[in-house]
Write a protein that binds this ligand. Structure first.
Ligand SMILES: [Zn+2]
Length: 546
């Protein structure tokens, strides 16, 4: 027995069960390869969730391959892998049931099976008596248990079923519990429940079934209360919360683990993932967003790019002095950071903080200079709040720095629209080609390079890279990922100006650059050049070990 300090109270622990790979992949627009799923599982394990639900064996070839590869290609050190499936077929036999056989063949020790706990679904969707509905659950759990597996029972439509026929909903849960289910997962499958309803229903189940079985909650965000419902479920006595990273999921998504984990631990003092891994939350959220190829909502609680971004010019110096007065938690606890957003409203104090954040030493007159320049440019249509890359270049220039890797003498873009008959297909149609030429001076040499592209930005990017011709290997990693154009009405009588924003990445970081001009090509060129300069600057700083 170890002796503990008198004030050391055993903290309550709530397990985290991730279903990003199954429920999360139901989100419109997400399509994960087996390789993606392996990489996501790696991230989840590194974060330290208790369970990773990998998929439904037998449902599709991808999930089959995933379970086949898991023993060799998925090295889990913290998390337990779970296979998902369902109870046996109505009026079927467990030992000749395909779904159950696939679960056993998936070769994992833990399974989660879904069964119906809403009487209406048993009689209408399955078309069987309630007794058979109950037997499907009891038989299936028992069968998997006798095959040596840990079984979580996923009570589909539990909250709706409990509202309409609590007697049957509880009877179904009891069938799973008495046959050895380790967890009863109460699901809000339609996602419309509210926190007070979830708390009351969970509390009723916990008091009915006692402590022999753990109660889990699986909540969808259809009413915008997925995370709130999970908090309520935990207050009602749930010992496990299921959800997905970044709230991915069908329709409006699932309970967002990147919000529920810090809420439980930092706000309610409940253990979730290992305490020393909380700072991995933001990197994992961003890494998984990259893997699913969807930009992370900047306003996401705790992990979003804007979660701790302060814009208020008047308050910024106060925030810098006393961050705890303006931030609900310390951002670094969840791996995020305080950011000061610079806009024309920003005064010298905000810019001073931004300079510090970038590791720049700007004196008073230099700061005043930047403030003036920003005001002028924002008046012309620039918007530096969203163009972090261009802002950093602008602030560095204030210190006398100039990008000296190469200089551009001129550039030109031609678009050809040739309408004619395609000799191969005999079809008439327009072929549009864009060609760009860049004249530049690179390391003392004048070079002229021409390239084609599927649009002016693409053609210019290729021509510039051709001109640089491998002089800067770091650029191989830099790619443009998004291009946004907005026409601004400046009310100046000079006609509209165009604002171009380009997002770029080098695989580790992303940055945005901006260009503004009456001519869209010129605006695009400014943003493109800034992007390339910023990419080179990052590579140089990294090589220098900044
Ligand atoms: Zn679900």
């Amino acid at each position: 027995m170890s002796t503990s300090a008198p004030d050391a109270v055993t903290k309550r622990h709530v397990e985290i069960y991730d279903t990003t790979l199954r429920d999360g992949s139901q989100l419109e627009g997400i399509s994960l390869t087996v390789e993606d799923k392996l990489r996501i599982a790696e991230q989840l394990d590194w974060l330290g969730v208790d369970y990773i639900e990998a998929g439904w064996p037998g449902a599709n070839p991808k999930d089959d391959e995933l379970f086949r590869r898991a023993p060799h290609d998925m090295k889990l050190t913290t998390s337990t892998l779970v296979a998902f499936g369902s109870t046996r077929r109505p009026k079927g036999k467990v030992d000749s049931d395909d779904t159950l056989r696939h679960l056993i063949e998936a070769n994992v020790g833990t399974v989660c099976i879904v069964g119906k706990t809403w009487d209406y679904h048993v009689t209408e969707a399955l078309g069987v008596e309630l007794d058979e509905g109950e037997a499907m659950i009891a038989d299936s759990v028992e069968f998997l248990r006798t095959n040596g597996m840990q079984v979580l029972f996923d009570a589909e439509h539990f909250f709706d079923g409990y509202k309409r026929n609590p007697e049957f909903a509880l009877r179904a849960l009891e069938a799973a519990a008495t046959n050895g289910a380790s967890h009863l997962v109460l699901c809000d499958t339609n996602g419309g429940s509210l926190p007070h309803e979830v708390e009351a229903a969970v509390a009723a189940v916990v008091s009915y079934l006692g402590n022999d079985v753990r109660v889990a909650v699986h909540l969808h965000d259809d009413a915008g209360t997925g995370v709130a419902n999970a908090l309520a479920g935990v207050r009602g006595g749930a010992q496990q919360v299921q959800g997905t990273i970044n709230g991915y999921g069908e329709r409006t998504g699932n309970c967002n683990l990147t919000a529920i984990i810090p809420n439980l631990t930092l706000k309610m003092g409940i253990e979730t993932i290992p305490a020393d891994r909380m700072e991995r939350l933001t990197p994992v959220a961003h890494h998984i967003a990259e893997l699913v190829n969807m930009p992370l909502n900047p306003q996401a609680a705790y992990v979003g790019h804007s979660a701790f971004a302060h814009k208020a010019g008047l308050h910024t110096s106060a925030i810098a002095k006393r961050p705890d007065a303006y931030e609900h938690v310390a951002p670094d606890v969840v791996g995020n950071g305080t950011r000061f957003v610079v806009s024309e409203l920003a005064g010298k104090s905000t810019l001073g903080l931004k300079a510090k954040e970038l590791g720049l030493d700007l004196d008073g007159p230099q700061l005043a200079d930047v403030v003036e320049t920003l005001k002028r440019l924002e008046h012309e249509g620039y918007h530096f709040e969203v163009a972090d890359g261009s802002l950093e270049l602008l602030m560095r220039r204030a210190t006398g720095w100039e990008p000296a890797w190469f200089t551009v003498e001129s550039f030109r873009v031609i678009t050809d629209d040739t309408t004619g008959v395609d000799t191969l297909t005999d079809k008439t149609g327009a072929t549009v080609t864009t060609e760009a030429t860049v004249k530049a001076h690179v390391k003392g040499k004048r070079v002229i390079a021409t390239a084609e592209g599927n649009g002016p930005v693409n053609a210019l990017d290729r021509a510039l890279r051709t001109a640089l011709n491998g002089t800067f290997p770091a650029l191989d990693r830099v790619h443009l990922t998004d291009y946004k154009v907005r026409v601004l009405d400046t009310n100046k009588g000079t006609g509209a100006v165009t604002r171009v924003l380009i997002d770029s990445t080098d695989g580790d970081a992303t940055w945005t650059t901006i260009g503004v001009n009456e001519n869209i090509i010129e605006a695009s060129w400014q943003a493109l050049l800034d992007s390339i300069h910023y990419g080179l600057l990052r590579a140089e700083n990294e090589a220098g070990g900044r």
